[in-house]
Design a protein around this ligand. Structure first.
Ligand code: FES
Length: 72
């Protein structure tokens, strides 16, 4: 399961907690409050899905498998 931004050691549950605490609703707002997703960027689609669904653990998305960088 994918549960965190590994590069910045931020769990999705932690990011979700920040969103709730500050009453954030968008990915961009979250980025203003917490540093994550700026290295390999592979966590970005998962964080967006977290915001959409409220889930904090995901099966690996097929498009993020492999070692290649995921373009946005
Ligand atoms: S896992 Fe989030 S930037 Fe690499």
């Amino acid at each position: 399961m994918v549960t965190q931004c590994v590069c910045f050691h931020k769990t999705f549950a932690e990011l979700q907690g920040v969103m709730r605490h500050h009453e954030l609703t968008t990915f961009e707002e979250l980025k203003c409050h917490v540093r994550f997703g700026e290295n390999c960027t592979r966590c970005v689609p998962y964080v967006k899905k977290m915001i959409e669904t409220g889930n904090t653990a995901f099966e690996v998305f097929p498009e993020t498998q492999g070692n290649e960088r995921v373009s946005q």
